[in-house]
Design a protein around this ligand. Structure first.
Ligand code: C2E
Ligand code: MG
Ligand code: MG
Ligand code: MG
Length: 291
């Protein structure tokens, strides 16, 4: 029955927790004006350097604060935004906001950490992507090499030649590139070496059962070795507990993200975290095994 009423399948729970399904057209109409109505938010999740325990960068994660529906998560509206093409405009809003925020953190005296933005497939295929990103970053005053774009395997495998081309243009401007959710797609290692990628993010499905699942230990070990031999950094996603952290540290993983350190934070909460970090001694207590 829910399917009949809601053919697009966009269902979610409202803040009051009554089940409600929103009509696709209503969702689209509301999303079309979300940016101008100041309903879009970026949360920032730290990427932590495993050896020092310090913030190496942050990833911007989009939220939609709707007046009636509450705080919407990306899986509730990004697929529709992608289908309708609204993602292109929203995506530029994300880059602009992320660059502006990152500039404000270093202006306030925080270390020059990188800010990563997730690109959508549709956005990645735009002819003028590099040009538009270039002017957004320049206007923000942020150094080009502090912006990182997260791209997935499926985005590059559709047309590897065109993808490599687009990536080279972005790299030529100094923008950093990361492969997100690595291991869930179908990119061959042969193709991977052709892309100018600086960082590889191991999907959290390989992290979840560390350290007990021997297959996952073997996979993360192989991925880390391969990435390092291609001169890429490795970031583990979805690290939730000490056992996973220890296993990844042992395998030589460079950075991690996950609830073990912090969930995605509001901008003011991130700033507080950066401030706390400046007062904190080199090795944080949350990672006693680093000592
Ligand atoms: P992603 O880029 O792989 O982001 C990681 C997701 O894992 C985030 O979900 C994050 O909140 C979640 N996460 C972080 N640490 C943990 C952990 O320890 N355990 C678990 N279970 N989850 C963790 P989120 O924010 O819901 O974003 C989901 C996806 O939506 C992202 O996956 C990304 O593909 C997409 N997305 C988010 N923001 C944007 C955006 O601005 N533009 C586009 N095109 N896509 C976006
Ligand atoms: Mg990502
Ligand atoms: Mg990811
Ligand atoms: Mg993932």
């Amino acid at each position: 029955r829910a399917k009949e009423l809601n053919p697009g399948g966009y269902c979610f729970y409202s803040q009051t927790k009554d089940e409600r399904s929103v009509d696709r057209l209503e969702l689209e109409a509301e999303l079309r004006h979300a940016a101008e109505k100041h309903q879009l938010r970026l949360h920032y999740q730290p990427k932590i350097d495993m050896a020092s325990g310090r913030v190496a960068g942050v990833e911007a994660l989009l939220r939609w604060q709707h007046p009636r529906w509450g705080l919407m998560q990306p899986d509730q509206f990004i697929p529709l935004a992608e289908e309708t093409g609204l993602i292109v405009g929203i995506g530029y809003w994300v880059v602009q906001t992320a660059c502006h925020d990152a500039k404000s953190w270093s202006d306030a005296g925080h270390p020059p950490i990188s800010v990563a933005v997730n690109l959508s497939a549709r956005q990645f295929r735009q002819e003028d992507l590099a040009e538009r990103l270039g002017s957004i970053v320049r206007a923000s005053g942020l150094a080009m090499n502090r912006l990182e774009l997260e791209i997935t395997e499926s985005m590059v495998m559709r047309d590897p030649d065109a993808a490599a081309d687009a990536m080279r243009r972005l790299r030529a401007m100094g923008i950093r590139l990361a492969m997100d959710d690595f291991g869930t797609g179908y990119s061959s290692l042969g193709v991977l070496k052709r892309f100018p990628i600086q960082s590889l993010k191991v999907d959290r499905s390989f992290v979840r059962d560390l350290p007990h699942n021997g297959d996952d230990v073997a996979i993360t070990r192989a991925v880390i070795a391969m990435a390092h031999s291609l001169r890429m950094d490795v970031v583990a996603e979805g690290v939730e507990h000490q056992g996973q952290f220890d296993a990844l540290l042992k395998e030589g993983c460079d950075q991690f993200q996950g609830y073990f350190c912090k969930p995605p934070l509001t901008e003011p909460d991130l700033v507080r975290y950066l401030e706390d970090e400046r007062r904190r001694p080199e090795v944080p207590e949350m990672m006693p095994s680093v000592v």
